[in-house]
Design a protein around this ligand. Sequence first.
Ligand SMILES: *Cc1c(COP(=O)(O)O)cnc(C)c1O
Length: 364
Amino acid sequence: MIPFFDLTKQYESIQSELDDAALRVMKSGWYILGNEVKAFEKEFADYVGVKHALGVGSGTEALHIALLALGVGAGDEVITVPNTAVATVAAIELTGARAVLVDVCDDTMLMNVEQLERATTSRTKAIIPVHLFGQSADLDPIMKLAHSASRNIFVLEDCAQAHGATYRGKRVGSVGDIAAFSFYPTKNLGAYGDGGAIVTDNAELAQRVDLLRQYGWRERYTSDIKGMNSRLDEMQAAILRVKLRHLDDWNKARRERAALYTELVRTVTLPREMSYGEPVYHLYVVQSPRRDELVVHLKARGIGTMIQYPHTIHLQPAYTNLGYREGSLPVSERLAREIVSLPLYPELSLDDVRSIAQAVNEFE
Ligand SMILES: *Cc1c(COP(=O)(O)O)cnc(C)c1O
């Protein structure tokens, strides 16, 4: 049996460091927005290569709060893609703005930049490129379009699947105006519960995020603006500080396993790696017109798979209001039918990768 993922192995590999961190927090008597969060924010900002990082409650809330900090609200439009976690679109709709969707490219499965221009209107306030599966979207043309003199559009990077990935030598999250990360347990950098972060070089935006995440408080009990409660807790921050020290090694292990799949697998379409950056393979996603049969074939051989994601957002019941129909965004719709994720995590043995590749190749 090879499960799709197994988070216990990661815990075992750094157990004493994690146990020490958790005990330190429990004994400290301080559990929300304290020294651990402050230290993690500094370390994570340094890692990404930005001036400011702010811990929040989840990746969804990171996207939502980042949009609010940019001033996005009712009457605005925000452009993103339909093949992403539903959170990306949910965060846009939570602000009252309208989500406008552009399709993705066949091979990279990332935002099709050529469709952006047409989707842009005078109401467009922000673009959210999603660095899906651990590979950066092509940010330069997106930044160029957004920041052209006639437009004043913000770029919010959705980095929830790409901690540590690079674009032209810079870490994702440091290219756009602001960026959102998730620390959901299965992400490349995962907490033991929910968590998220917003990063930016812009001090004013960082300040607004800081207020929004805690009741709009400039000082305790004085709300300057209308805010909410979305905080990273001390326990998760202490755990993330430990894990951040291992992130580069884990991402390297992911890339090695992905490279082995790419070398060995022959019977399905492999993910395309772009030369503009280094991906971190949050997922290894292959394509097959007979995807459902492939899943059954692998399951019969004890190999777990998952589909990220089986339904594009524009065809889901909650988002019919966006005004798209079947056929509106054909590449994303095809991908939803044809993609499947193979097991890929740092602790997966290379022998397991070889036997999974062999099992895929036995699928005729
Ligand atoms: C996981 C994920 C999110 C949401 O993060 P949560 O922490 O689960 O709220 C947003 N966008 C993408 C691309 C994701 O993969």
